[in-house]
Design a protein around this ligand. Structure first.
Ligand code: SAH
Ligand code: SF4
Length: 459
């Protein structure tokens, strides 16, 4: 059967979709060249904000109307339960996040005239599921970059967040399994991996990820990074998302010792107001957050930090909002994702009045975006004249004569093609021009000096 997969939401969904694609191909199905050609469309949904959920359900509705066989997977399925069939009566199947491995069997039963099916989970399943293969697409960056889910679920229970309800308890995959998987990816030409977990620095805290060894739970993640740093052929290691509690001296030591571990951290702050942070149950104060930032920037002034912020949390006053603005300046974020608060059913904050008006949320969103535009430009301007080591991703979207890649800090770098570049190459680019979201440069004639993404800046 020709199939297509549409993915909404975070990188973890992207990874799950890749696994489903590989399982479907192994079961004899064929990826459709485009959506029109697909007989079966699988939609991987997100529910973190209402709008995200609406998009996925709307897409499913459109595909059903277009006469496709349609399946829904992912977080919205878990949140809605069997009600999803009330919303989409003609949906063919719905599968909760930890059950996607069953999709090829469900498709087989549908082909045999089986009834539509709902497959929930009780959020206690361990994993194993993430050791799934990936279909490699040649000629794209996906050929050399891979997501690797290391920590499933979340035990943090932030007041506004539905993720723990839909993704279940934390479970850390065994470290040995992850190391073996990354070695296998590296042998197949993968140069960059991104380790995924909702609060990935909690890897190995809830269950023992290193059974039969003397690795303590507190060192489970940093030890994993050190092991991965030794893998031949692998050039870059990233991970996301992080929490300041995990920004320990040992993590800083890993950044110092392991050249393949990229000096970029996505460290969602959510708010700069201590009062709001307490209400959210984030588990840190403004000062503790900034202390984590200082620790990383002391190591490397160009250490790249990105963040998530929520505007319009219930009761967020002008003063709270201004505290967020000033924190963002103090932290000097390289990039920031701003979200308007959206109450999610069953979360603690859903019981509070959503009392910041839509217009005010919009205003705060725009203010933070404008601040970030200015800040991004300031931060990027400091790099003009320096040389960055960049991994080549492909032709630039705006101008195919140019190549585009990322430096270790995940900054987008664009340069005029020399004609001999290949996807996945590490090249040295001298930065000549800075924009808020992009750096422009020229290729350095010299070959790269050493296999790192974090070479110190050279003037
Ligand atoms: N596990 C990650 C976040 C996953 S959700 C972490 O804690 O770092 C991604 C982002 O969506 C969050 O960082 C938050 O900024 C935003 N978000 C989550 N729930 C939200 C809600 N109810 N309304 C608005 N934004 C939300
Ligand atoms: Fe949600 Fe908080 Fe867990 Fe992130 S850490 S997934 S925001 S509950």
């Amino acid at each position: 059967m020709k199939f297509a997969i549409h993915t909404y939401g975070c990188q973890m969904n992207v990874r799950d979709s890749e696994a489903v694609e590989a399982l479907m191909v192994a079961a004899g199905h064929e990826p459709a060249a485009n959506e029109g050609e697909a007989e079966l469309v699988i939609i991987n949904s997100c529910t973190v904000r209402q709008k995200a959920e609406e998009k996925a359900l709307g897409k499913a509705g459109n595909m059903i109307a277009a006469g496709k066989t349609v399946g829904l997977m992912g977080c919205a399925v878990k949140r809605m339960g069997e009600d999803v069939f009330r919303r989409l009566p003609k949906l063919d199947f719905a599968v909760a996040p930890r059950m996607f491995g069953a999709i090829p069997r469900i498709v087989a039963s549908l082909k045999d005239g089986g009834e539509r099916l709902f497959l929930g989970d009780d959020n206690t399943l361990p994993a194993g599921m993430d050791a799934h293969p990936t279909v490699r697409r040649s000629g794209t960056f996906a050929e050399v970059q891979s997501y690797v889910t290391v920590l499933l679920g979340c035990d943090n229970r932030c007041s506004y967040c539905i993720v723990p309800d839909v993704r279940g308890h934390e479970y850390s995959r065994p470290a040995k399994e992850i190391v073996a998987e990354v070695k296998c990816l590296a042998r197949r030409g993968v140069k960059e991996v991104c380790l995924l977990g909702q609060s990935v620095l909690r890897y190995g805290m809830r269950n023992d990820a290193w059974p039969g060894t003397d690795v303590s739970r507190a060192e489970a993640f940093t030890r994993l990074l050190r092991e991965l740093n030794e893998i031949d052929g692998l050039e870059r290691i990233r991970f996301t998302s992080a929490h300041p509690a995990g920004c320990t001296g040992e993590l800083a030591a890993v950044y110092r010792d392991c050249p393949k571990v990229c000096r970029h951290l996505h460290l969602p702050v959510q708010s700069g107001s201590d009062r709001v942070l307490r209400e959210m149950g984030r588990g840190y104060t403004r000062e503790e957050y900034l202390a984590a930032v200082r620790r990383l920037r002391e190591l490397d002034a160009e250490f790249a930090l990105t963040t998530d912020v929520i505007v319009g949390y219930p009761g967020e006053s002008d003063e709270d909002f201004e505290a967020t603005r000033s924190l963002m300046d103090e932290a000097g974020f390289d990039n920031a994702f701003i979200f308007k608060y959206s109450p999610r059913p069953g979360t603690r904050s859903a019981a509070l009045e959503d009392d910041v008006s839509k217009a005010e949320k919009e205003r705060r969103d725009q203010v933070l975006l404008a601040d970030q535009e200015r800040r991004g430009l300031e931060r990027n301007s400091r790099l003009v004249g320096t040389v960055r080591e960049v991994m080549l991703e492909g032709p630039s979207k705006r101008n195919p004569e140019r190549w585009s890649g990322r430096d270790g800090g995940n900054r987008i770098v664009v340069w005029d093609s020399a004609g001999d570049e290949r996807i996945g190459d590490l090249r040295r680019v001298r930065i000549t021009e800075a924009h808020a979201q992009t750096l422009i440069g020229t290729l350095e004639p010299s070959p790269r000096l050493r296999p790192t993404c974090t070479s110190p800046l050279t003037k």
